[in-house]
Design a protein around this ligand. Structure first.
Ligand code: PEP
Ligand code: MN
Length: 261
C-alpha cells in the first residue's frame, strides 16, 4: 500500500510510566467498560493488578451509540482515574473523543484510546498527534485495513510515533455475535508492519463466554496484547455487562498466556 512503508520501518518505542510498554509481550490491559465511581474502580484496579495485567482500562468520556444508555460524567471520572492510578500504580488506558479534552486528559491518562466511532475523526487524530502520549487507535467498525492504517499515519505524520492499533471487530452480515473479529488482519499486520496490534476480544465478540478462547486465538494470530473488559461483579457493570468477564476468568487467561512463553 502506497505511503505506508513508514509503518514497516518506524521503531515504535512506546514508553509508559518510564518503561517500554511491550517489554512483557503480550501485554494485557483489563478493567471495566467505564469508571463506576471511586470505590468500585479502585477495587477492580487492585484485582486486575493482582491478576497480572500490565494496564488498567476504564472509560471516562464514554461514547454511547444510544442517548438512552448510561452516559458518563466525564471530568468526574477523570478525577477518579487520577486517584486510583496513583494508589494502585497501574498505567491507565482511556478514551478521549473530543479534541478539546485531549490536553486535559493527557495529564492523567497514560494511553489515549481513540474509539471505533472516532477513527475517522481527523481533527481528533491531529490533536493527539501533537501530544507525546501513546495512542491506541481502535479500528472503525466498517473501516478497511487501508483506512485504518491511514488514520494511524495521521497521528505519526503529525509528530507522535507512539501509536498502537486495536482490532475490535468489524460489521459483517453475521450478527449473531456483536462484531466479527478480524484475526486475518491481525496476522497480516504482524507479518507486514512493525506497528503493535492489540486485540479487544470483549467488543470483538460481545459475549463473555467467548472471551477466553478468542483471547488465546488472538495471541496465536500474532496480537501484541489484549484489551479485556473485566469487573469484580460483571453483572453489575454499568455498560457492556454481557461481554464483561470476572477477575477469575481474567486470571485464567493471563496465566494461560504466560504459560505459552
Ligand atoms: C471501548 O473500548 O470502551 C469502546 C467503546 O470500544 P469501541 O470504540 O471499540 O466500540
Ligand atoms: Mn465497552
Amino acid at each position: 500500500m502506497e505511503n505506508l512503508t513508514a509503518l514497516k520501518n518506524i521503531k515504535f518505542d512506546i514508553d509508559v510510566m518510564g518503561m517500554d510498554f511491550f517489554r512483557n509481550k503480550p501485554v494485557i490491559i483489563a478493567g471495566p467498560c467505564c469508571v463506576e465511581g471511586y470505590k468500585v474502580y479502585r477495587d477492580i484496579a487492585l484485582k486486575v493488578k493482582e491478576a497480572g495485567a500490565s494496564a488498567l482500562r476504564g472509560g471516562a468520556f464514554k461514547v454511547r451509540t444510544s442517548p438512552f444508555e448510561f452516559q458518563s460524567m466525564e471530568y468526574e471520572e477523570l478525577k477518579i482515574i487520577k486517584e486510583v492510578k496513583q494508589e494502585v500504580g497501574l498505567p491507565v488506558v482511556s478514551e478521549v473523543s473530543d479534541p478539546r479534552d485531549v490536553e486535559k486528559a493527557a495529564d492523567i491518562i497514560d494511553i489515549i484510546q481513540i474509539g471505533s466511532r472516532n477513527m475517522y475523526n481527523y481533527s481528533l487524530l491531529k490533536e493527539v498527534s501533537k501530544t507525546n502520549i501513546p495512542v491506541m487507535l481502535k479500528r472503525g467498525m466498517a473501516a478497511s485495513l487501508k483506512e485504518w492504517l491511514y488514520a494511524a499515519m495521521y497521528i505519526i505524520e503529525g509528530g507522535n510515533k507512539k501509536v498502537m492499533l486495536c482490532e475490535r471487530g468489524i460489521r459483517t452480515f453475521e450478527n449473531t455475535t456483536k462484531n466479527t473479529l478480524d484475526l486475518n488482519t491481525v496476522a497480516l499486520i504482524r507479518e507486514e508492519y512493525n506497528i503493535p496490534i492489540i486485540v479487544d476480544p470483549s467488543h470483538g465478540t460481545g459475549n463473555r463466554d467467548l472471551v477466553y478462547n478468542i483471547s488465546l486465538a488472538s495471541i496465536f494470530a500474532g496480537a501484541s496484547g489484549l484489551m479485556i473488559e473485566a469487573h469484580t461483579n460483571p453483572d453489575s457493570s454499568f455498560s457492556d455487562k454481557e461481554q464483561t468477564i470476572s477477575i477469575e476468568t481474567l486470571k485464567l487467561i493471563i496465566d494461560r498466556i504466560n504459560s505459552l512463553r
